[in-house]
Design a protein around this ligand. Structure first.
Ligand code: CAA
Length: 382
């Protein structure tokens, strides 16, 4: 077994680490405070190929693999969790289905601008009454001639406020359950009947916009259908399998930031005449944080490696996302504890890590749903 990275992977990680330290980390607090979309960072990451890491060069991506994607996500999210999720959605939730199920024409037209980082993409799945139960969609598409007429509302859509393109999950008939789900590519800047609705006010990942998408007799060309009718739900599930690796990596990056900050602080902070890092109570916290984050990272790399090698990685991706986000949350909470009173203030980023980490246990499938996915596989129910 070889735990080493290839030279290319080490080079990319070094490039992204340097960029994240020099250009992302210094503005992370400002982005959090102002809720500003990090436009300039997205464009630069695009030039570096990081908005479509595993997308082939011919469609604007970097032509690398999912292990490299994990490495990039860890570095970016360590510097800024909001930037991390923007990159993850571009690569996975939007990039994956267009890359995997799109026609040559669809990929050229709709994947290239997003994978090359000229514009953002998003995925429209969640609705007010369809969250964990992803098959219960009400947003409906009716085929009329050469157009789908779409009516309904999507909520909590990451990148929804800034994206140019959306892969939209809709039902052609709610009575068909999951078999009625289709995915349509929506040009969000050029679709009559579509508008961006409310922008959510959230606890964390504040520079990542979370929007409502409103469709009122919106006209979407029938040629924008991904694959065939009846395939949409499986496309969605496969996209989520891929996306959970991205979100797990985002979580792990946040946890690493919490650990690094706490380590540095523990060495500086003097109480009872000694740095608090000399007390075993603090050492054990740091040791647990490091141990759990290392395990999470290995699980993420395993899931990505399985994806790269064409293996069934549904369970491993769910495990990695669930575990990484649980241990990242723990690291962030312990990070605040190590900072003590200062950890509860905005003077240090510890409180931001805690707010940012929480969402990773919720989105891309709650951790309760990850456990459902894992258990079903264990029990041979899928
Ligand atoms: N790959 C391929 N096919 C799959 C699959 C997978 N991973 N999972 C299920 N399927 C297939 C099943 O085999 C079945 O097909 P057949 O009948 O032909 O065998 C079909 O899909 C239906 O499967 P289920 O009966 O298992 O479906 P279900 O209704 O019980 O739902 C679920 C399963 C796992 C709970 C699913 O609804 C789910 O993942 N829910 C969570 C939704 C989610 O993750 N939302 C996140 C929103 S995006 C987001 O949060 C991103 C962000 O902001 C950053």
């Amino acid at each position: 077994m070889n735990f080493g990275l290839t030279e290319d992977q080490r080079d990319v990680r070094e490039m992204v680490r340097k960029f994240a330290e020099q250009e992302i980390k210094p503005v992370a607090a400002e982005l959090d405070k102002t809720h500003r979309h990090p436009e300039e960072i997205c464009r630069k990451l695009g030039e570096m190929g990081i908005m479509g890491v595993a997308v082939p060069d011919e469609y604007g991506g970097a032509g690398m693999n999912n292990v490299t994607y994990v490495l990039c996500m860890l570095e970016i999210s360590k510097a800024c969790a909001s930037c991390g999720v923007i990159v993850s959605v571009n690569n996975s939730l939007y990039g994956y289905p267009v890359m995997s199920f799109g026609t040559e024409e669809q990929k050229k037209k709709y994947l290239t601008p997003v994978a090359s980082g000229q514009v953002e993409g998003c995925y429209g799945l969640t609705e007010p009454s369809a969250g964990s139960d992803a098959a219960a969609l009400k947003c409906r598409a009716v085929l009329k001639g050469d157009k789908y007429i779409v009516n309904g509302t999507k909520i909590f859509i990451t990148n929804g406020n800034v994206a140019h393109y959306c892969v939209l999950a809709v039902t052609t008939d709610p009575a068909l359950g999951y078999k009625g789900v289709i995915n349509l590519i929506v040009d969000m800047k050029n679709t009559p009947g579509f508008k961006v609705g409310k922008i959510e006010e959230k606890m964390g990942i504040l520079a990542s916009g979370t929007a409502e998408l409103v469709f009122e007799d919106a006209e979407i060309p029938a040629e924008n259908l991904l694959g065939k009718p009846g395939q949409g739900f499986k496309q969605m599930m496969m996209g989520l399998d891929a996306g959970r690796i991205g979100i797990g990596s985002q979580a792990c990056g946040i946890g690493r930031a919490a650990l690094e900050d706490a380590l540095a602080y523990a060495k500086e902070r003097v109480q009872f005449g000694k740095p608090i890092s000399t007390f075993q109570a603090i050492q054990f916290k740091l040791a647990d944080m490091a141990m759990q984050l290392d395990a999470a990272e290995l699980m993420l790399l395993r899931a990505a490696w399985m994806e790269d090698n064409g293996l069934d990685y549904e369970k491993e991706s769910a495990m990695a996302k669930c575990y990484a986000s649980d241990v990242a949350m723990n690291a962030a909470v312990e990070g605040v504890q190590i900072f003590g009173g200062y950890g509860y203030t905005k003077e240090y980023p510890a409180e931001r890590h805690m707010r940012d980490a929480k969402i990773c246990q919720i989105y891309e499938g709650t951790n309760e749903i990850q456990r459902v996915v894992i258990a079903r596989k264990l029990l041979g129910m899928r």
